[in-house]
Design a protein around this ligand. Structure first.
Ligand SMILES: Nc1ncnc2c1ncn2[C@@H]1O[C@H](COP(=O)(O)OP(=O)(O)OP(=O)(O)O)[C@@H](O)[C@H]1O
Ligand SMILES: [Mg+2]
Length: 473
């Protein structure tokens, strides 16, 4: 008999039987592991340091968690694993149930070892076929996906190359870059070209939710966990099982949330809010931020240990102004796309328009370019986009900021005081609505909230709300 390469796990509490099966299977396959309980099996299966098993042979009735839980853990880790269940003679219903829950095949006890070997071999083949199909599909998806990602700069090509190389693995990825540089696009590419492509891609915008909601969003909650939790809710970590969890704007999370994130990333287990059961997650984590995390760490706003967990593989997307080749390619691409979409046939750009595009700073990067061109196509009267169709770019100085009237006093001034004065002015002008004030000075709500706390700014309206919140539990 030839030795074949396949990873096999045997789960059986009866020592003699387990040894017998293992020895028989080792004659043909070189990597056969054996464990005597369901708990040990689940642990082996979920061990993210080794590859998933190709075939698992498991008894249904086991000490610790039973065969169905083993089956579930196996499918969670990798839906392509072929799970073969062994059932006692006469208990055909349980076998049927196991098949329904996704078992590949079943054998009845007392065992015929030749029969068993035959079925394991079929399981190995099945797995291999599935694998080949997914590989082919991933290749195709990669081709399609990168066709939609425009640009040929070295920076973009190396980002894409890295994305392709990490896609097949489970490694945690951190994508950095200014707003609108394509971070979400890359996250999508990684997911679609990964073996998890058929699983969910779950996105959470960490900056968009207030801290209290963010936790329940991530981890879910039990009914009655807090006022207003009138039913159980599945969190994003749970939802992303078998798939990818995209933590967007992760640099904007609060300290408390960071601590909780760190724990799940370390232990791969978590509780729903108000729940006591430990749940597992096997979600692949991709996070993104437009913050300078190094600076945030220095300011004490971001945990260094969480940073190390997230920053396993780092993909950085430089701003568009540093990728002038991409800028021009993208401009032409968007122009073609938009003129078809808007049925306004425009042949290209005038030299003046191109010069204007090249000299603009693009603080909003690719998104800004797209929006600018959308407007230009709408405005254009000639067969080409001209500089004046891009008038939207004129109002801004290079650097993208609005002009600033105040003068630096000769004796100097503390930047901190200026900041504080501005924050207060923005708050006053918006009636102390933090969301609006944040928008006015171009920071996230969370950042403004942090500044307010650090500067010790208070307002009666806020204190009332906080008192209400803590009184309500
Ligand atoms: N290289 C590219 N080719 C084609 N389209 C791109 C490219 N880069 C970005 N885009 C498009 O630009 C827009 C912004 O990209 P995306 O949402 O991925 O940016 P982001 O980095 O996540 O931004 P933010 O930090 O604001 O969330 C999207 O519509 C995206 O499809
Ligand atoms: Mg984004």
């Amino acid at each position: 008999m030839t030795s074949d390469s396949a990873r096999i796990l045997v789960v059986e509490d009866n020592d003699t039987l387990r040894r017998g099966i293992t020895i028989a299977l080792r004659e043909r396959w070189d990597d056969v592991r054996e464990v005597a309980s369901g708990d040990d099996a689940v642990e082996c299966i979920s061990d993210s340091h080794s590859n998933a098993f190709d075939v698992i042979v498991t008894d249904l009735r086991l000490p610790g968690c039973d065969g169905v839980s083993v089956l579930r853990a196996a499918r969670e880790r990798d839906p392509g694993t072929s799970v073969l269940v062994m059932t006692a003679y006469g208990s055909i219903e349980t076998a049927v149930e196991a098949m329904r829950s996704g078992a590949f095949d079943f054998v009845q006890k007392p065992l015929d070892l030749d029969q068993l070997e035959l079925r394991v071999a079929r399981g190995v083949d099945h797995r291999r076929l599935l694998y080949e199909v997914t590989e082919l599909r991933a290749e195709q998806a990669a081709r399609q996906a990168s066709e939609q990602i425009i640009g040929n700069s070295l920076a973009l090509r190396s980002a894409l190359d890295l994305a392709k190389r990490v896609a097949p693995t489970r490694s945690t990825v951190l994508i950095t870059g200014e707003t609108g540089t394509g971070k979400e696009l890359i996250a999508g590419l990684i997911h679609r070209t990964s073996p998890r492509a058929d699983g969910p891609l779950v996105k959470v915008n960490c900056a968009a939710l207030p801290e209290t909601l963010l936790e329940s969003e991530l981890f879910g909650h039990e009914r009655g966990a807090f006022t207003g939790a009138d039913r159980q809710r599945i969190g994003r970590f749970e939802e992303a099982n078998g798939g990818t969890l995209f933590l967007d704007e992760v640099g904007d999370t609060s300290n408390a949330t960071q601590a909780k994130l760190l724990r799940v990333l370390q232990e791969r287990r978590f509780h729903r809010l108000g729940g006591s059961t430990l749940l597992r997650t096997d979600a692949r984590i991709i996070s993104a931020t437009n913050q300078d995390l190094g600076a945030r760490i220095e300011e004490g706003l971001f945990r260094e240990d969480l940073y190390f967990r997230l920053n396993v593989i780092r993909i950085h997307l430089p701003p568009l102004r540093e990728r002038s080749e991409d800028l021009v390619d993208l401009a032409h691409h968007f122009l073609r796309e938009l003129s078809t979409e808007m049925s306004h046939s425009i042949r290209g750009f005038t030299e003046a328009a191109l010069a204007k595009i090249r000299s603009h700073d693009w603080p909003g990067n690719v998104r800004e370019l797209h929006n600018t061109l959308e407007r230009a196509v709408l405005m254009a009267e000639g067969p080409r986009i001209d500089a004046e169709d891009l008038s939207i770019l004129a109002g801004r100085s290079a650097g993208g900021g609005r002009s600033w009237r105040r003068e630096l006093p000769a004796e100097g001034i503390s930047l901190r005081d200026v900041e504080r004065e501005l924050v207060i002015e923005a708050l006053e002008r918006t009636g102390y609505v933090q969301k609006d004030a944040a928008k006015l000075i171009g920071v996230s709500r969370r950042k403004l909230n942090y500044m307010i706390q650090k500067m010790g700014i208070t307002h009666s309206a806020w204190r009332r709300n906080r008192d209400l919140e803590s009184a309500g539990g």
